[in-house]
Design a protein around this ligand. Sequence first.
Ligand SMILES: Cc1cc2nc3c(=O)[nH]c(=O)nc-3n(C[C@H](O)[C@H](O)[C@H](O)COP(=O)(O)OP(=O)(O)OC[C@H]3O[C@@H](n4cnc5c(N)ncnc54)[C@H](O)[C@@H]3O)c2cc1C
Length: 398
Amino acid sequence: MNSFWLDSIENKTKFNKLEKDISTDVCIVGAGIFGLTCGYYLSKQGYNVVILEKEKDIASKTTGHTTAKITSQHNLIYKYLIDSFGESMAKKYLYANQDAIENIAKIIEEEKINCDFERQDSYVYTNNLDELEKIKLENEAVNSLDFESEFVTSTPLPFDVLGAIKFPNQAEFNPMKYAYGLAKCITSSVSSVIGGSGNSGSVGSVSAGDGIVENSTGGDSSVGAGSTEDGSVGADIVENDSSNDSSERANKDSHSFSSNSTEHNNSFSINSTGPINSFTESSNKHINSFKVAKGIGEIYTDTLVQNIKKENDEFITLCKDYVVKSKYVILASHYPFIDRLGYYFLKMYQSTSYVIAVDIGDKAFNGMYINSEQPTFSYRFVNGSNGKRLLLVGRYRS
Ligand SMILES: Cc1cc2nc3c(=O)[nH]c(=O)nc-3n(C[C@H](O)[C@H](O)[C@H](O)COP(=O)(O)OP(=O)(O)OC[C@H]3O[C@@H](n4cnc5c(N)ncnc54)[C@H](O)[C@@H]3O)c2cc1C
């Protein structure tokens, strides 16, 4: 069965497979929304970036199969966050997500990405008496964080609800169109940086040149990716900085990187002198790798990363036949495949959701919805070629 989003892209950009050794500032593993967003911001800031994707297409895994609601409303999470981590942490979570919505809106506007972005109110509703009290308490919790959510008893849904919490001015989009828009921005920096060098406009090719790029003033680290609708996080940055505040660290780093700088802070690195998993010695022969030009982003698909190794100050990302050397590595693979960093394989479980798109004629309504109890039902509309379709998700945990 195909994904509505995947099928919605016409004239797809073709990306190449990695077919030589290269070196770069930042190697990003995974071209879902998280990897592409990191690639976008970093290439804008003058880093040269290589994104490696195992599938033949970008964003074709989780990102291409989501409801694509852009919201800070992650079911009933804020009372829990306040109770568990305190008000200050809950506020950080809320406003990081609010910033992410605005950052996505800003990227779409500035880069003119046509991805069906629409502002929508977002609702968590219930028809269960036990849940009603939780929704009221959640609304009070959110209000205590200075956010104007609202407890409502009527919604645009075509059925009655006992109550709902409404987050105003959230958003929805087509994640595949957005992903291709980001990819174009990342790779088209080639033409603005070294236009006319023969690489202009090509995707996934490697330049031996050393172009010059101007630093942009952007760089907010709220990327709006990596969380599920119920708030769990699914991507990791490899790091050894003792600070827990990655946004502060990212800002610090962005200051220390100028377009002409050849010195880099090594604040993102694996806290290990040895290989992460077993690693063959084949990397030693990959010495004369091509250098990706400054500020240029490259995306390679059909390129499975098998391992990552730290050698002196460099990361070596090992694919089947070739390697990418880099100062930094970002694991944006959704499921971490490097076990030693957190033994994730012991903690992960599979959760299955079923999503269908339904033609309900002229009965489309505004808003994005999810119920608070299990089993989960989530709704929003999408623009199909013959009008709006209701996107309906039912989640079952297995
Ligand atoms: C049914 C459903 C509904 C959702 N609804 C929403 C929603 O409404 N709003 C929201 O914000 N979030 C939602 N989410 C969550 C959201 O979709 C994900 O959090 C987000 O798409 C994850 O993006 P990602 O880039 O981290 O992962 P992915 O999109 O999975 O990208 C990771 C990429 O890494 C690649 N990769 C993995 N291993 C390797 C390797 N070894 N080498 C090379 N490449 C590799 C994969 O092929 C993949 O393309 C939903 C998720 C689901 C399942």
